[in-house]
Design a protein around this ligand. Structure first.
Ligand code: NAD
Length: 359
């Protein structure tokens, strides 16, 4: 029997509540699909600051590096808001992404049929369902380029630099093409090649890599047009690949098409197969401890973990099917609509688990 080592970073606020429900579901699929999971817990964010004085203790890095994958809840909260930037909970998050070499961020924007009403877009634009994957480069570009301020003749200016090397573009392009091969074989590379030299290199490199993937239909789009097309005709997209800064903005836009923050999963991958999986929402301090958080984004993150790091696609699919099923009759308060049963965080985890067991 295969055995996987998962490190859990429950974090702060609703983090522990939602991760516990994802673990409940993981245990059920593990039994059903005949594999074992060993869990190790480690501290990240506010809880780590309280215990050790730093948001990312060395021990956490070691436990994450030795795992097959990492599942994270969320970090942060008002208690730590007044600390200096480098010892705030969010610094722990950036630190662990760097320590694990996570260069590819995958953000699915999915609308579940039964949640169509939550989307701010009209029915005829969304169609029956919507499923876009945004692949964002995470460790290069303007967020990490040379930056500075200068003053010349009493006039202050500041600059940031967008710089990409061919190997950086090649590796993110391969992640995106591989992803497209597993989906509908359509990839849209987004850049600003009409203006930026770095975008022209991006486009040339993506074109070169496309020769390795003759089955994938590749198109290019300028970022301003893509921002518009995502709300005008989102169904045209399958996989989108883009730079760090464009991906930051477009993945938020794409995810909001689904209309419910408690439903959205994400994955960050390194060159090794391990990755870090987390919901896109934060620690929701306003509802922490009330038992009403929506655990589905974390449960869907666990499904991504099974698919992309552990090679258990059937187990992943059974979780996704169960989430689709449960939404037809039960909802946590954030996505509640009349005619469904209002359930707690814990009840939602239990319902998903029961559907998987009984299918
Ligand atoms: P947030 O995502 O935590 O919350 C925004 C709103 O959405 C809140 O009203 C919250 O109750 C609701 N919400 C979020 N997740 C929910 C869920 N699963 N179920 C039901 N409702 C949910 O964003 P925020 O309020 O801007 O930030 C709160 C804290 O989280 C801050 O300290 C911030 O720095 C941190 N944060 C962490 C991460 C992360 O860990 N990746 C990401 C974003 C924000």
């Amino acid at each position: 029997m295969k055995n996987y080592n998962i490190t859990l970073l429950k974090g702060d606020g609703i983090g522990p509540e939602i991760v516990n429900e994802a673990v409940k579901v993981l245990n059920v699929v593990a039994e059903k699909y005949n594999f074992g999971i060993n869990y190790t817990e480690a501290d990240l964010g506010g809880i780590a600051i309280d215990k050790t004085g730093v948001p990312l203790p060395e021990e956490t890095i070691i436990k994450c590096k030795s795992a097959d994958a990492v599942l994270l809840g969320a970090v942060g909260g008002p208690k730590w808001d007044n600390l200096a930037g480098n010892i705030r909970p969010e610094a722990g998050l950036l630190g662990i992404r760097g320590a694990l070499g996570l260069f590819a961020n995958l953000r699915p924007a999915v609308i579940f049929k039964s949640l169509k009403d939550a989307s701010p877009l009209k029915d005829n634009i969304i169609g029956d369902n919507l499923d876009i994957m945004v692949v964002r480069e995470l460790t290069g570009g303007i967020y990490f380029g040379e930056r500075g301020r200068e003053e010349i003749n009493g006039v202050q200016s500041a600059y940031d630099t967008e710089k990409y090397s061919v190997p950086e573009i090649e590796r993110i392009a391969r992640v995106a093409f591989d992803m497209a091969m597993k989906r509908n074989k359509k990839l849209c590379s987004v850049d600003k090649a009409n203006v930026l030299e770095s975008s022209r290199l991006w486009r040339e490199t993506v074109t070169k890599i496309s020769k390795e993937y003759p089955e994938v239909e590749l198109k290019y789009m300028y970022v301003d047009n893509c921002a518009m097309q995502l709300v005008r005709n989102p169904k045209q997209f399958d996989v989108i690949v883009t730079s760090n800064i464009f991906g930051d903005i477009l993945s938020d836009e794409a995810s909001m098409i689904s209309g419910s923050i408690g439903m959205l999963a994400s994955a960050s991958l390194s060159e090794a197969k391990s990755g870090l999986y987390e919901p896109i929402h934060g620690s929701a301090p306003d509802i922490a401890g009330m038992g009403i958080a929506n655990p589905l984004a974390t449960i869907l993150s666990a499904a991504m973990m099974l698919r992309y790091s552990l090679d258990e696609p059937d187990a992943a699919q059974s979780i996704e099917n169960a989430v689709d099923e449960v939404l037809k009759f039960a909802r946590t308060p954030d996505i509640y609509t009349e005619g469904t049963k209002k359930v707690s965080c814990e009840e939602m985890g239990t319902l998903v688990s029961e559907i998987i067991k009984n299918k």
